[in-house]
Design a protein around this ligand. Structure first.
Ligand SMILES: Nc1ncnc2c1ncn2[C@@H]1O[C@H](COP(=O)(O)OP(=O)(O)O)[C@@H](O)[C@H]1O
Ligand SMILES: Cc1ncc(COP(=O)(O)OP(=O)(O)O)c(N)n1
Length: 264
């Protein structure tokens, strides 16, 4: 059995963060493990508070996982401050997992900040160069690449600039654009476009977490990056198609639509 680790924040309402990651990984048939970096009191409509786990306990959790069940792939999500980033980066450099998918989470869908705005420099310095695949959405890509994105060629230019900062592959996600849901992958040599229909729903809580966890799972299962992203994109599209209109805000994706729907 393949093993996949998520290092991220906890979303107590179950739609994003660690909880979305564990559901996604389980749905892919891999053994899912988690290192919690922050506890976020959030739901489908708002973020109430954030409390970071201490760097020591973040590192202890990583030691506990890596010394016992070495993961085949790792996904990194929300890292709110430079001390969290440095702790995670230190241990990733020590253990050198084969595949590392990094989602540079900055804001929740409702606009609440999940990363300290002053931490962008630390993200670029410590975290970004470790990535096998970095998965910014459009606002995150704009912030990291320091440019505005208004078109697919802007997404490509941002991917090029971010790639030059040291990650092996950059996937600029187009969920925040209009028209079809188009994501752009750049591997340093060529661009790959992944385009699926845009599903008309507000229930997209956890799309980014789900996509990055699905990519990590697919890499652990032995797929190459292009195949891993393509399969993950289709997984997210189906999760959105069957998403759950629960909660007062943006409802979550449905990872188990083969087994249950919101009527059950
Ligand atoms: N309404 C939608 N219909 C289909 N795909 C979507 C929709 N919204 C987002 N996606 C896809 O979900 C994935 C996550 O994208 P995005 O929403 O940009 O990330 P984030 O959740 O980090 O903001 C991407 O593959 C994107 O194309
Ligand atoms: C704890 C936690 N981590 C990440 C997110 C952001 O999730 P994401 O899938 O990028 O998008 P939204 O669901 O916020 O649109 C989060 N909300 N909480």
């Amino acid at each position: 059995m393949k093993k996949v680790l998520t290092i991220a924040g906890s979303d107590c309402s179950g739609g994003a963060g660690i909880q979305a990651d564990l559901k996604t990984m389980s749905a892919h048939g891999v053994f899912a493990m988690s290192v919690i970096v922050s506890v976020v009191a959030e739901n489908t409509a708002r973020v109430i508070s954030i409390e970071d786990i201490s760097p020591k306990v973040i590192e202890d959790q990583m030691d506990a996982v890596f010394e016992d069940i070495f993961p085949d792939a790792v996904k990194v999500g929300m890292l709110s401050t430079p001390p969290c980033m440095q702790a995670v980066a230190r241990k990733l450099r020590q253990y050198q997992p084969k595949h590392l998918v990094i989602d540079p989470v900055m804001y929740a869908k409702n606009g609440a900040p999940l990363m300290n705005p002053d931490a962008v420099g630390a993200l670029i310095e410590y975290i970004l160069p470790l990535a096998t695949v970095l998965t910014p959405n459009i606002p995150e890509a704009e912030c990291i690449a320091k440019m505005e994105i208004h078109s697919v060629s802007d997404m490509e230019e941002a991917a090029r600039r971010i790639h030059a900062m040291g990650c092996k592959n950059v996937l600029v996600k187009g969920g925040h654009a209009v028209g079809n849901a188009l994501d752009v992958l750049y591997d340093g040599q060529s661009f790959h476009h992944f385009e699926n229909e845009r599903i008309d729903t507000k229930n997209t809580h956890g799309t980014g977490c789900t996509l990055s966890s699905a990519i990590a799972s697919n890499l652990a299962l032995g797929h190459d990056v292009v195949k891993a992203v393509g399969l993950a994109k289709d997984y997210v599209t189906e999760g959105i198609r069957h998403s759950l209109a629960i909660g007062k805000g943006c409802g979550p994706l449905n990872h188990f639509h083969a087994f249950f729907s919101e009527e059950d």
